[in-house]
Design a protein around this ligand. Sequence first.
Ligand code: FEO
Length: 169
Amino acid sequence: MINNKVKEILNEQINKEFYSAYLYLAMSAYFDDIGLYGFANWTRVQAKEEVDHGMIIFDYMNDRDTHVELKQIDAPDTDFTSPVQVFEKVLEHERYVTSLIDSIANLSLDECDLATRNFINWYLKEQVEEEKNASDVITKLKLFGDEKASLFLMDEELAKREYKKHDYN
Ligand code: FEO
């Protein structure tokens, strides 16, 4: 059983992970609209991974006999103007998510919930990857510029991303 404070922050995080899925789907729709189907693929794969992130916490709470409360998911930001602007939003969002994961790590330690503190290590590691992925795309977009030829090449690269179910282990 998990205490109420840790339960609340984990329920919030499930909501944030599903919000992340919504946000990436909104980005995918934007890229689809402007004909960048590789970018649309990359963000769509990311949306699926975010659902996995939410479900891993969902399963963990059930395993610990703790009530899951599914909260309302906010509508995502849809103010997208260019590929680089979208990926800057991705990086900003992932840095925010990292701060949320840090809060869970700190709270679980304060509450002597060492099982949750151990559980959240997977997310701490995952966030390093999430920030790096976004940052790498921004670097390439800035390096090659946003001319049509370079966007076409980036689009081809991002089209290769494949979804693999994210497991806790
Ligand atoms: Fe679930 Fe992108 O962090």
